[in-house]
Design a binder for this molecule. Sequence first.
Ligand code: GCU
Length: 607
Amino acid sequence: MISRIAGLIICCVIVLSNVVFAQDAKVLDGSDQRSPISLNGDSHTIVDPYRTGLFTFHNEEKKNGWFLNEHGKVGDTQVIEYDFAKAPTLKVPGDWNTQKDSLFFYEGLLWYQRDFTYIAKPGKRVFLHVGAANYRSWFWVNGKKVCEHEGGFTSFDCEVSSAIHDGPNFVVAAVNNTRIADGVPTLNTDWWNYGGLTRDVSLIEVPGSFIDEYDLHLDRATRSKIEGWVHVENAKPGQPVSVDISELNLRASANLDENNRAHFDFDIPAKTLSLWSPDSPKLYKVQLRSADDTLTDEIGFRTIETRGSQILLNGKPIFLRGISIHAEAPFRTGRAYSQEDANTLLGWARDLGCNYVRLAHYPHDERMTRTADRLGILVWSEIPVYWMIQFDNPAVLAKAKLQLSEEIRRDRNKASVIFWSVANETPINPARTKFLSTLADTARALDSSRLVTAALLVRGEGHTKIIDDPLGSALDVIGANEYIGWYEQKPETADQTMWRIDYEKPLIMSEFGGDARAGLHGNENERWTEEYQASIYRHQLVMLNRISQLRGLSPWILMDFRSPSRQLPGVQDYFNRKGLIAPDGTKKAAFYILQKAYKEGSVGKAD
Ligand code: GCU
């Protein structure tokens, strides 16, 4: 009897301790500005298609799973059937599919383990920062669970203060990229389901009470005030917080309210602020200071809004000369994550004459938005509510909301980001429109300084393309995808095509284009040739110029990207070939057609 009670208590403690440790992941704003301790590099890995290391044969989460990092060996007294120390390694960050041929098609659970040394510092709290883990992930430090997460393209932070210790430590992660029906995205995507720890992993140290969230932006009405707030974790109402912009000789201070938020609303001396824009992407060092913490971020100040069918940047109409980009790494292929990837992709967009990019269909690495901030490239950022997800499933709405809030937490102080896109090419039905309208409201509640959009499908009647999707009324800016000349009709059909847009709002043609294999030549009626793709662009640009409320475009797409459904041998070979550039950097004929139009400013009007 006694032993049973003792047994019960022990099991409760473990459960309790797991609950204590199994906290949800959070996001620390500005974490990349806190000199992270990198955990990138080689990690031992175990491929676990049957999830043996995590779940029992009755599908319960194991208490003695592979996160304990034991080392099975001959002569053992108990059955231990793994040993990370003898397991092969993979690089972190990096998808597993392009690191090993045997993992090219792998979708399932894969374990990571690495040792690291940590020098404990008194009074410091420590978080494990994960740039992204596709799709579901679990994390343990020294065998103790620290968090789990769902969503493959947003960063998150897990507190490890109670699990980490001075000296040698180990971290174990389990990542499962299995596509699930109630996932975001769901079972079908036109991109490769690269799995793994696809972005940086590091340790972030913060004081016991620290700044974990802030929003500072220029007021739209006057563009002469900086407004926003700073939240301090584990602080006391009434404590002071200050914001310093030394270059502008500006210092403001405010006290924390009952929710530990300090609200700011301070004037900028006239004519001192250089507004952030593509022509002058001015970033200011902004120092935030609370009782125990200091955080410095680089922030540009600008306003973005609409007026009828115009998009106004800093109060002036602007036309967005854009291109769509997937996070496919140039040259090496696989999931993009490095500064070099960002420099190459945004550098090519610059060569094209772009002042804007659509980062599709999910939040890209933070280096992309940081680099866009520095280069002065405006950004459409999107969560992977893509095609047919379960719009009538409240749990799926919660997942989409989580991804939206993580995306906004990471990038809301990035001047380059102007649009939050809540969806791409979703079917028109009441459950979907309700779902997406809720997401649009959520985006506005989290960030009232930006515009909400989505990439809609268009319908046709004769030679007229019609945008009357009911979701349009919930959006600030209408995005529309069309493939005249590729999936439908001929390139020259665009010449006769008229457009009816049932909303007096700015329109962005968020996708158009066609496939071409770089180096494949023929006459312009031959599909898959560069000439055919170029013909699509020539006819599209003329058609687009007839749409009076067109305020931007992001043709599909900057560079060819891997996709499981693109299988034409010798042409596609698992690549969507709608890129204007091949993965090896070869520019196709259509690249120069769009570049010419952008450099001459012969496509589109800002007002
Ligand atoms: C769609 C979709 C893209 C896809 C593209 C294509 O519009 O949004 O994700 O890659 O079409 O078919 O090439």
